[in-house]
Design a protein around this ligand. Structure first.
Ligand code: DUR
Length: 237
């Protein structure tokens, strides 16, 4: 994706002009490019109780989620002079969560990777490693609004000479005139049941297509017209 650094800097400067910083007199603005092309911004907002003041990055990350989620790919932060400002330590952690190690940060010597700003970072993988629980959302945040809609098609595939199960989440949900298009491709699973479980997190409409192309309904309720069989949890794999 092409990064318009001058445009990002201009958006950060514009955001800085909205800062509420009567205690430090240090207005800050931030702007970031999202992986779908959106630009999100934020300014610092201070408080009479000094310690609860919010950095510009806090507002930016809130706007990211408020406007559809996604991942940050490039980030610019400026002080009152309009020059690049390095995010504080806490905000590096915020940016890490939402952009990861490859997110680029504007600096006067050229863009720096987040991995350089926060080496040996702590992240959700550490929680997973110890508690085992997956702390990232089961459905990517940018697709959360599609939850409960569309259809998941589960099917076998070949991966490295072995048969695996996978699936995809299709936008249309049964009616003939619905808009079509794949929302998400599923990962590879060892069993059909795991692929169906992946689908059930997304939508109550799940169709299993076997290697011969035969259809079985694994969704909620009775099989709709045109689907001749119902898939059973302990069925053939
Ligand atoms: O990356 C940074 C660094 C500082 N500040 C704000 C916090 C406070 O309001 C002011 C002075 O520290 O600057 C930010 O918004 N982002």
């Amino acid at each position: 994706m092409e990064i318009d650094w001058a445009g990002l800097r201009a958006a950060a400067i514009e955001a800085m002009r909205h800062a509420y910083a009567p205690y430090s007199d240090f207005p800050v603005g931030a702007a970031a490019l999202v992986n779908d092309g959106r630009v999100v911004v934020g300014c610092n907002v201070e408080n009479a109780s000094y310690g609860v003041g919010l950095c510009a990055e806090c507002g930016l990350v809130s706007q990211l989620h408020m406007t559809g989620g996604g991942r940050l790919v490039a980030f610019s932060c400026v002080d009152a002079t309009g020059n690049p400002l390095m995010p504080c330590g806490r905000c590096r952690q915020l940016l890490w969560e939402n952009g990861g190690p490859e997110m680029l940060v504007e600096w006067h010597t050229g863009p720096l990777r987040m991995a350089e700003l926060l080496p040996h970072a702590f992240g959700f993988e550490d929680l997973e490693r110890v508690s085992g629980a997956l702390k990232t959302p089961e459905v990517p945040t940018e697709l959360a609004k599609w939850r409960g809609r569309g259809t998941v098609f589960v099917h076998p595939d070949l991966s490295g000479g072995e048969t695996i199960w996978t699936g995809y989440w299709e936008r249309s949900g049964g009616s003939a005139d619905a808009e079509k298009g794949v929302l998400e491709e599923g990962p590879n699973f060892a069993t059909v049941a795991e692929a169906v479980a992946w689908g059930r997190v997304r939508t109550p409409r799940i169709v299993v297509v076997d290697a011969e192309g035969a259809l079985a309904w694994a969704g909620e309720g009775p099989a709709p017209d045109g689907i001749p069989a119902t898939w059973k949890e302990d069925g053939d794999e």
